[in-house]
Design a protein. Structure first.
Length: 330
């Protein structure tokens, strides 16, 4: 694997490969790689003649009070992992080569940057869109690989690619999870043993609440957000937001129908963890004549540890199709 530090060097290598008739796959990362990143590299390896990864902790997407300075890094280990996945080229620019001192050109993807993380990380998606545009410009890939774990990011980049008519196909790959369901993240390294043991509750809560929505037992967006908070209350996490939105436009929905994303950000100790589930609720017509269960079937959280029973009042006629969703934070 060749490591290159400048846009000119990466572009030269990529153009040589393209001249040989190869397709280029690109996996941008901030390093401290885990199986989530590697799944993208593997997918890219299977679909392209040349695979380029980048490792760049992008200062522009971190707020002043965020973890830019302490962001974990392990370049040697990252290189070994990328080599193992058959990555051909690793682009690792220095920050001052990416951003001149008087750098002043930014990409703003309006609307999509407003909900979810956008409400709490001012300027974050400007930083993301700007750096991805610059990386795409350097690498000129045919295919760009991103993870569904950062769902809002994938939507912002989809819109940017469309609006700027960038000649690249975006491939959004599924979230890779630890065996207990915790979404893999470089930031999981911040967790203490106790916090790590609690953290899978985030995904358990999202999955349980999504099942309630799919089964028609939660029918209002506000109820859904409250249910996520209630599920996670009293544990080691502090929910920053929980929202259910149209999965593509990230707009609020009145009716919980169609393709939806249920997303949350949760502080667990020093770590701010994000996770989401994307799922489809068929329209009533598509569901046939079967009626949805009674809304508001979510029982109140217990007083100790935020214990929650989801779906306690499940309508008997739904028993065949609805999964059991009794759920408790551990
Ligand atoms: P990051 O290094 O956090 O900027 O992530 C680089 C890319 O890896 C982004 O497209 C992420 O969405 C993706 N990614 C991060 N974690 C996961 C995961 N657990 N599963 C799948 N993709 C992921």
């Amino acid at each position: 694997m060749k490591i290159v530090r400048t846009a000119v060097a990466v572009r030269t290598a990529v153009r040589a490969a393209r001249a040989r008739g190869e397709r280029i796959g690109f996996v941008p990362t901030m390093g401290f790689l885990h199986e989530g990143h590697l799944s993208l590299a593997r997918r890219a390896r299977g679909e392209n003649g040349l695979v380029v990864a980048s490792i760049f902790v992008n200062p522009l997407q971190f707020g002043p009070a965020e973890d830019f300075d302490g962001y974990p890094q392990a370049p040697r280990r990252d290189h070994a992992l990328l080599i193992r996945e058959g990555v051909d080229l690793c682009y690792e620019p220095r920050a001052d080569a990416v951003y001149a001192e008087d750098f002043s050109t930014l990409i703003v993807v309006n609307d999509l940057d407003e909900p979810l993380c956008g409400r709490f990380r001012s300027g974050h998606f400007i930083g993301v869109a700007t750096v991805v545009a610059k990386l795409l410009h350097a690498v000129e890939p045919d295919r760009l690989y991103l993870g569904a774990k950062d769902w809002q990011q994938s939507r912002v980049i989809t819109r940017m690619i469309r609006d700027l008519e960038l000649p690249v196909a975006l491939v959004v790959c599924p979230t890779v999870r630890e065996p207990d369901g915790l979404a893999m993240s470089s930031r999981n390294t911040y967790l203490t043993a106790q916090e790590r043991a609690w953290a899978p509750n985030i995904h358990r809560a999202l999955s349980a609440i999504a099942a309630e929505v799919r089964a028609g037992r939660l029918t209002r967006p506000g109820e859904v957000a409250t249910a996520v908070r209630r599920c996670l209350r009293g544990g080691l996490g502090r929910v920053q937001y929980a929202e259910i939105l149209d999965a593509e436009s990230l707009r609020p929905v009145d009716l919980l129908r169609g393709r939806l994303v249920l997303a949350t950000a949760c502080f667990v100790g020093k770590a701010r963890l994000i996770d989401n589930v994307v799922f489809t609720v068929p329209s009533r017509a598509a569901r046939g004549t079967r009626k949805a269960g009674a809304p508001g079937a979510l029982s109140k959280a217990g007083t100790t540890g935020g214990s929650v029973k989801v779906g306690a009042k499940r309508a008997p006629r739904q028993a065949d199709s609805a999964r059991s969703t009794t759920w408790r934070p551990r």
